[in-house]
Design a protein around this ligand. Sequence first.
Ligand SMILES: [Zn+2]
Length: 123
Amino acid sequence: MHEFSFAYNIFKVAEATALKYNAKKITEVILEIGELTLIVPELLQRSFEMATTGSIAQGAKLIITITPGKIKCRDCNKISAVSLTRDAQLTGLQLFECSHCRSNNTEIIEGKKANVKNIKIQE
Ligand SMILES: [Zn+2]
């Protein structure tokens, strides 16, 4: 499951940071996820709970912020926002169409990454 390995990685990052500060407990993990990672927040929440059971992050709150995707057009060089609406998911290809000139010759420049922004710990 995509979300589970992802949740586990988040946990490892948070744990490494917490250990560096000699924390006893992680109480909150703040996460930023690009919209184009296609991660389902509800599944991620559940996976995170599973991944942290019995660890110093057990019961930690996972706060997820979704950052929008952006593409850059190779034809007109303009940047378009990509939003994964229901319709767009059904017609995958149109998703990466330049909203200025309708070209499909685009590249993703934002929205495929996820990172731990911050964690809150108890010492
Ligand atoms: Zn364009």
